[in-house]
Structures are given as C-alpha cells and as structure tokens.
Design a binder for this molecule. Structure first.
Ligand code: NCD
Length: 316
C-alpha cells in the first residue's frame, strides 16, 4: 500500500485524489479500534504529538487527543491562553521553542490563514492543520467524506448541498474542494452577503435559493453563522435567517429519499437547523463525530510514515 505523498497535512487543495482515498481507506480500517474493549494500538508508541490550539475548540481538539491516545502517542497539550503567546511571543518563536523539544507531529489551530503552512516550512516535524482562520479545515472535510462514503457507498455523482455562512467557513471551503475533487456535484447556498462571489472557482454551483440547493440532494450540510468572524451585520435577524435559510422538516422533503443531514458543529438549534431535523433518524451529525476520531487516527498514522491500510470489507 502507498503512503502519503507529503510531510504535512495543510489543506485539501494540496491532496490528490489518491491521497484522499488513502486517508479514507485507512480511516475505515482503523474505525474498528474504537469499538474494542481495549481501545489502543501501539502504532505511534514513542512518538510525540503537540496539540497547539490558539482558538477555542471542543470536537476537533478532543477528537485529535483521543486519536493520539488510541495510537499510543505521547501528547503535549499547549493552550495559547496559558502560554507565553499572551506575553508577546511570535508564533514562529513559539514553534521554534516547541520544535527544540523534538516532537514528531504538531497539530495546530490558529485564527490566521496560513499559520500551519508557516510552521510546516519552518519545522522538521509534520504539521496538521486543525483549522486556520477562514481558510481550510482539511480533517473536517476528510471526516465528512468518510461519513458520506460509508453511508452512501460512494462520493462520485452525489448531489451535496452546503448551506449557511459560506464566506466565513473554512469547513465550506475544504468540503467543496474535497467533494468536487472526488466527483460529487457540490451546491453552496446562503444569503448573497455570505457567499463569496468567486466561490464557483472552487468547483461549486452557487445559489441563494435554498429550495434549489436541496432539490434532489443526497446530502444536506448545514453550517453555523460564524458570528465571531462577522464584523458587520450580514443578516437582518436570526428569525428572518431561519425563514430563508433554516433547515426544517418541510424543506427536507425536497431532498432525495434517503438523503442525510450533516453539520460540523457547533450547532445553533432554531437558527440554521430545526431541533427535530437535528435529532431525526436521517441526521448523521454524531456519526461525523465518531468518524472524526478514525479520520484523525488515519492522518497521524500516515504522517508518521506508515503505509496505508485497506478496510477489511468494501465500505458501505
Ligand atoms: C468548525 C470550525 O471550527 O471550523 N467546527 C469544527 O471544527 N467542528 C465549524 C464552526 O466553528 O462553525
């Protein structure tokens, strides 16, 4: 089996179709470890991983930490608020100091687009982008793809609608790039003030009509309004937003039979998604969380130089 063609995982843009398949197949094979009584394998024994989080995170951070533990890595959690960063140290100096402690992999989340790329260039360790500003969130896109592929059996030819605050979402960018690369038909939808004019260049069809995005969709992915990144008022009110762009049971009727609903979290019930939809049996939001651990295990496993794994049976 092949191994990953690069030192770092910085973006979906840099991954080939074969790289994406390699990560998904390896993640599929590693899934089973999380259902064992003893959820641990020695694959990363003796390797050190530093988790460097400069932005708040619940799912991504705990998911990386569990993935590292299940592979037996030694972990150092570095939280920006408790570090010298608050004393004026630059990102590069922080990184050089950490690098002097010889980690094998650095996982970084940062509010500036390109921060992981800078680290990747300067450090010998492998760097994983866990979200950089409004740019990319590659492991989220990979876990979303794993979720869709394991439920639908394929990515090619599916209609995938991504709805919400597209402008401020690194998830929308990484997901669009990945699903388009893998041959899906990606639609993005949101208020015109929250969809970049050039988003079609990433391979998406763009609409401001939710009905058009959902019509015949196999996957409906909802995104949160990223209020913390919005410097102006992009929408009149949360209530009006729900009326135009909220996912309700009625609206889901326009999707294909057996369509699934996804959300990367954190979810704002009643703003972009009706509670009943979030909890419906066609909602796979918690499957995404479970697949997040397997996906991050696969990324760490492959970046540590190991060859990819094949799932025991064909993914369904
Ligand atoms: C997303 C993020 O941080 O980019 N969450 C996540 O990683 N699961 C999306 C968000 O914050 O809305």
């Amino acid at each position: 089996m092949a191994s990953l063609s690069q030192k770092d995982l910085l973006s979906i843009e840099q991954l080939s179709v074969d790289d994406i398949r390699l990560v998904l197949d390896t993640a599929e094979a590693l899934k089973e470890i999380s259902s064992r009584a003893v959820k641990k394998v020695p694959a990363l024994r003796g390797k050190t991983v530093i988790n460097l989080f400069f932005e708040p995170s619940t799912r991504t951070r705990s998911s990386f930490e569990l993935a590292e533990k299940r592979l037996s890595a030694d972990i150092l959690n570095f939280s920006a608020s408790a570090s010298s960063v608050t004393k004026g140290e630059t990102l590069l100096d922080t990184a050089r100091n950490l690098e002097a402690m010889s980690p094998d992999i650095i996982v970084i989340r940062h509010s500036s687009a390109g921060a992981p790329h800078l680290l990747g260039r300067e450090c010998r360790s492998s760097v994983v982008n866990a979200g950089d500003g409004m740019h990319e969130h590659p492991t989220q896109a990979l876990l979303d793809a794993l979720t869709v592929r394991s439920l639908k059996g394929r990515l090619e030819g599916l209609k995938i609608a991504i709805i919400g605050d597209i402008s401020h979402s690194r998830v929308a960018r990484s997901d669009t790039l990945l699903f388009h690369k893998m041959g899906a038909e990606v639609w993005v939808c949101g208020p015109p003030t929250l969809v970049p004019a050039d988003f079609h260049l990433l391979g998406a069809r763009v609409t401001s009509l939710m009905e058009e995005a959902i019509e015949g969709a196999d996957v409906v992915m909802m995104l949160r309004l990223q209020n913390e990144r919005q410097k102006e008022a992009f929408i009149p009110s949360a209530r009006e937003y729900f009326t135009l762009y909220g996912l309700s049971r009625e609206r889901m009727r326009g999707a294909r039979k057996n369509a699934i609903v996804m959300h990367p979290g954190p979810m704002n019930r009643g703003v972009e998604i009706e509670s009943e939809v979030a909890d419906a049996d066609y909602s796979v939001i918690l499957d995404q969380v479970a697949n997040g651990v397997a996906t991050r295990m696969a990324v760490l496993y492959l970046l540590s130089g190991k060859s990819g794994l094949k799932p025991a049976r064909k993914p369904r």
